[in-house]
Design a protein around this ligand. Structure first.
Ligand SMILES: *[C@@H]1O[C@H](CO)[C@@H](O)[C@H](O)[C@H]1NC(C)=O
Ligand SMILES: *[C@@H]1O[C@H](CO)[C@@H](O)[C@H](O)[C@H]1NC(C)=O
Ligand SMILES: *[C@@H]1O[C@H](CO)[C@@H](O)[C@H](O)[C@H]1NC(C)=O
Ligand SMILES: *[C@@H]1O[C@H](CO)[C@@H](O)[C@H](O)[C@H]1NC(C)=O
Ligand SMILES: *[C@@H]1O[C@H](CO)[C@@H](O)[C@H](O)[C@H]1NC(C)=O
Ligand SMILES: *[C@@H]1O[C@H](CO)[C@@H](O)[C@H](O)[C@H]1NC(C)=O
Ligand SMILES: *[C@@H]1O[C@H](CO)[C@@H](O)[C@H](O)[C@H]1NC(C)=O
Ligand SMILES: *[C@@H]1O[C@H](CO)[C@@H](O)[C@H](O)[C@H]1NC(C)=O
Ligand SMILES: *[C@@H]1O[C@H](CO)[C@@H](O)[C@H](O)[C@H]1NC(C)=O
Length: 851
């Protein structure tokens, strides 16, 4: 009887509410979905939810497989949480037959919202703690070994008994959207409701014609998504405003929550609200982007500039490590006093990196009342179990000239999405691990007693020490946690500090200059089993290089489709292993077309294995002295030097602290199939301090080319200029190639740089050119080239140019050569010595000498 009464009450409420919505919905939403399905799982009839939407029962639905009755069962509960809508939470579809179960939705191609509704209590006759399952959608793994009830208990708000997971799945042409449930062994899966909604195809995806998202902590590059993708929506907040329910969205039924729970400390700022402001949507920010209510409410820092300058307006979002995130920030100036550019300018930090140095909403949006959004991509590295805090912080920028009118910052909305990993996985660990130490401090919503409209100086006075204390506590927690974990430092992940955002124009230049076109593939983890499979169990026939630190193998990953170079380190000393992985983690974020990319690593069973991009044509050295490879032309050689210089310049300048290669030589420059040069073995300097002392020793004893900066011997310190020196030696090597030409000095005194510089300064450079280049080099080009090599190899680092200067000078040298070749009649080619003895020493001897 009471159930019946309850049901009656519900239906009245439903009717009341739905009529209410119909009358209040004056104008249709800006977007009307082309695909829109609501499936009430475990039910055989159509019904209406509290929010007035019509759901179809799945028992007889065309989206369900025809054998639904024999492959699954349904369940319903009478113990529905009174705050919940009967539909879709009252009934559930249960998959307990240990087989896959697929719903198939015929949809148009393009990104679709997929919302999964879970209410564990609805599985009346099952133990809700025993449900573990995976959910896939087409080729993407959305959830794996997932337990809805564990996720609910470990969530920041355990009082809610249900869970809605929102994904965006990119459906390809001629595909259905197939949603598959796979129970874990001896477990069961369940689902209460499935919602599929289409969206404007360009809503979240930057393609080539739009201004792309910016990488915050990886490298100078715009971020495009060209491959199929899947996202999971983690946060969607109406900053400074109230919850906005799905039916008040722009037609896509997204829910927006208030942001207070995520604010760090007690610095809530103020929440200016102009509900009567007219929001003027633009071509770049069309009306479907976000509802007006997101833009009419905002959070700013406060009225007092002195207070504002002392704190950052900060939010913290717990996220899984090992994923890329898309952070979309929504802005709109609606306050009447801000109407011009340069009135309110602020910095945006994401994950403690500068994402935007000068955010000026009016500048980007075009005026007061016009909304705008900015997209950032951030990598949260690591592979630990714990969640990490993704910090978002705003800080007034007073360093702009002329000084902006207000020392303040503003934010209207935030959306954060997790991006699928390269294998299509989106699933994090389950149960969702608590965030390291933070969960009990800052993440608990601070219940505010004082009105937060004005951040009083007293609050600041109290807030700052408390904030500092909390920060210190967190820091200590992290330290202790780090210490306790046997796992290595790289799991914590140290981001490369990129100092600032690259504006679009600069990005375009970077693209034009071919500096960055590689897709980001953050460091991938390989198990020892995968490595053994890739190298045919370290088959010696696959060895492509052997060295003091270990062997390099050629291998194949991804089912044989991708060739890689696999370096297996000798675990010579356990000491420094931690530092090794920290360094590797940092290196994995370096991406440049002229650097050999680090693809992944393996630290299984105490192995130290690095997996690099495979560069097909091998070392520059083998092309200079080898008998197998045909000789490189002069222009090819100069271009290789330019490429190499670009790579080194990137190492020296892309991070806050320059990365010193420390071992630049022709064996560490590799050529790909298009003869593009890539620098390898970079950044291992810190681990190589032992190696350096060996080099010192070896260099003197075996008479290598003397790549090592003479200043290093004096100062015992490597700088960027040490790399410039070594690069200068490579330049001479590229020009002279065959050391057979070098006078017969006693071996230990052979020093290419000294000898070649002397020739250059005596005006005899033409005498020592590689005979293969006979008649190819324009004399002016030769002079320029000699000048560059000479300046790079000066004795004192301070007198040597930077790599950036070198790049420009070499480009100029190449230009001279090209101009001369166009102008055939006016050529002054350098003839090389005719009577050169080509090969005094054998290649084997050379190898022995050079390594
Ligand atoms: C339920 O709704 C679907 C789609 O709106 C419709 O095709 C179907 O006939 C309905 N079923 C019943 C029993 O009303
Ligand atoms: C609940 O289940 C019973 C029997 O399985 C069924 O008769 C009843 O209609 C269900 N109630 C709802 C609301 O689906
Ligand atoms: C699934 O998660 C549960 C609970 O954390 C764990 O006990 C179980 O081993 C996991 N199963 C798999 C296959 O990972
Ligand atoms: C979806 O499932 C249907 C049948 O279950 C199958 O025919 C189709 O190939 C699947 N599509 C995709 C993209 O997996
Ligand atoms: C939707 O927005 C209207 C107008 O702002 C408001 O009155 C209504 O309560 C909102 N509906 C829900 C379910 O939040
Ligand atoms: C909006 O409301 C404010 C007071 O709340 C009033 O001063 C202002 O004139 C109104 N603006 C418009 C365009 O109605
Ligand atoms: C604001 O955040 C930046 C970046 O994380 C940090 O360098 C700065 O110290 C912070 N300022 C304050 C006052 O906390
Ligand atoms: C960001 O900065 C805060 C405080 O300055 C610190 O607690 C947090 O660990 C930092 N996060 C990262 C990823 O470095
Ligand atoms: C997402 O998955 C697809 C297909 O597996 C893959 O091609 C794409 O590179 C992945 N995205 C990222 C950012 O790794």
């Amino acid at each position: 009887m009471p159930i019946l009464a309850l049901l009656c009450l519900f239906s009245t409420v439903v009717h009341l509410l739905s009529s209410l919505f119909i009358t209040t919905a004056k104008t249709p939403p800006p977007y009307t979905p082309t695909d829109y399905f609501l499936l009430n799982c475990g039910s055989s009839s159509n019904s209406t939810s509290l929010d007035g939407r019509h759901w179809e029962g799945d028992s007889n639905s065309k989206f369900s497989p025809c054998d639904i009755q024999s492959t699954s069962s349904s369940s319903n509960t009478s113990k529905l949480d009174p705050s919940l809508s009967q539909v879709p939470y009252m009934t559930a579809r249960i998959f307990d037959r240990q087989s896959k179960f697929t719903y198939s939705f015929p949809v148009s191609p393009g990104p679709k919202f997929l919302r999964l509704y879970f209410y564990p209590t609805s599985c009346a006759n099952y133990d809700k703690t025993k449900s573990f399952f995976a959910v896939t959608a087409n080729d993407f793994t959305l959830l794996s070994n997932f337990s809805a009830s564990l996720s609910i208990t470990s969530s920041t708000n355990p009082s809610t008994a249900y869970l809605v997971k929102e994904f965006i799945v990119d459906v390809q042409k001629n595909q259905n959207l197939n949603v598959t449930f796979i129970p874990s062994p001896s477990s069961y899966a369940f689902i209460n409701g499935i919602e599929v909604v289409s969206m404007p195809s360009k809503l979240y995806i930057s393609n080539q014609d739009m201004s792309p998202a910016t990488f915050v902590n990886a490298y100078d590059s715009p971020f495009y998504i060209n491959n199929p993708f899947a996202f999971e929506t983690l946060y969607r907040l109406n900053v400074g405003g109230k919850d906005v329910s799905n039916i008040n969205d722009t037609g896509m039924f997204r829910s927006w929550s208030q942001d207070e729970d995520y604010i760090f400390g007690k610095a809530f700022g103020t929440m200016p609200h102009r509900s009567n402001a007219t929001i003027k949507y633009t071509e770049d920010t069309p009306p479907y982007t976000a509802p007006e209510i997101i833009y009419t409410s905002s959070r700013t820092m406060g009225k007092n500039p002195n207070i504002n300058l002392q704190y950052n307006l900060t939010w913290i979002f717990p996220v899984d490590v090992g994923f890329l995130y898309l952070v979309r920030l929504h802005f709109c100036e609606t306050q009447l006093e801000v109407t011009l550019e340069n009135q309110r300018v602020f910095r945006i930090f994401i994950y403690n990196q500068t994402a935007e140095e000068k955010m000026d909403v009016i500048h980007w949006s075009g005026g007061n009342g016009s909304p705008v959004y900015r997209d950032y991509i951030v990598l949260v590295p690591g592979k630990s179990q714990a969640k990490q805090g993704l910090w978002l912080a705003l800080q007034p920028n007073r360093d702009v000239i002329p000084k902006p009118d207000y020392a303040d910052a503003i934010l209207n909305g935030v959306e954060i999405f997790k991006l699928n990993q390269s294998d299509g996985n989106l699933a994090g660990p389950n149960p969702e691990p608590p965030m390291v130490c933070l969960s009990s401090t800052s993440l608990e919503p601070e219940k505010k007693t004082t009105p937060k409209n004005n951040l009083s100086p007293i609050m600041i006075a109290v807030g700052i020490p408390i904030g500092a204390l909390v920060a210190i506590l967190i820091y200590i927690c992290l330290l202790v946690h780090d210490h306790c974990r046997r796992k290595r430092a790289h799991e914590q992940g140290t981001g490369l500090s990129k100092s600032s955002l690259v504006p679009f124009s600069k990005m375009q230049r970077l693209i034009d200059k071919n500096i960055l076109t590689l897709p980001l593939e953050h460091c991938r983890y390989f198990s020892i089993v995968e490595i053994k499979a890739a190298t045919d169990n370290f088959n010696h026939r696959l060895v492509i290089g052997a060295g003091g630190v270990g062997n390099m193998y050629k291998g194949y990953i991804d089912g044989g489709s991708t060739a890689v170079a696999i370096k297996q380190m000798k675990p010579s000393s356990k000491q420094g292993t931690c530092q090794f992985w920290t360094e590797i983690n940092m290196l994995s974020m370096l991406r440049h077309v002229n650097l050999v990319a680090l693809i992944g690593y393996c630290d299984d069973q105490d192995e130290m294995i690095l997996v690099y991009e495979y560069v097909a044509r091998g070392t520059l050295r083998s092309h200079l002295y080898g008998t197998v490879n045909s000789a490189l032309s002069w222009k090819q050689r100069v271009q290789i030097c330019i490429d190499t210089a670009h790579g080194l310049n990137y190492l020296h300048t892309s991070a806050n602290d320059p990365i010193i290669h420390s071992n630049v030589k022709s064996t560490n420059i590799l050529l790909d199939e298009r003869m593009l040069a890539k620098v390898s073995h970079f950044g291992l300097s810190k681990l190589d301090s032992i190696r350096m002392s060996k080099i010192h020793f070896n260099n003197v004893v075996t008479g290598g080319f003397g790549y090592v900066d003479p200043e290093y011997y004096r100062m015992q310190k490597l700088t960027e200029k040490s790399d410039v020196y070594s690069f200068g030696v490579v330049l001479f090597e590229v020009l002279c190639a065959r050391p057979a030409l070098m006078p017969s000095l006693p071996k230990e005194q052979v020093n290419l740089a000294q000898w070649a510089r002397k020739c250059y300064n005596d005006g005899n450079l033409d005498q020592i050119i590689d005979p293969c280049l006979r008649g190819e080099i324009e004399s002016e080009c030769l002079h320029k080239f000699g000048e560059i090599a000479d300046s790079c190899t000066r004795d004192h680092g301070i007198e040597r140019p930077t790599m950036r200067d070198v790049v420009e000078a070499l480009q100029f040298a190449l230009q001279i050569q090209e101009n001369a070749e166009k102008n055939i009649n006016n050529r002054h080619m350098v003839e090389t010595k005719e009577n050169v003895p080509t090969q005094h020493i054998t290649v084997t001897q050379l190898h022995a000498q050079l390594s």
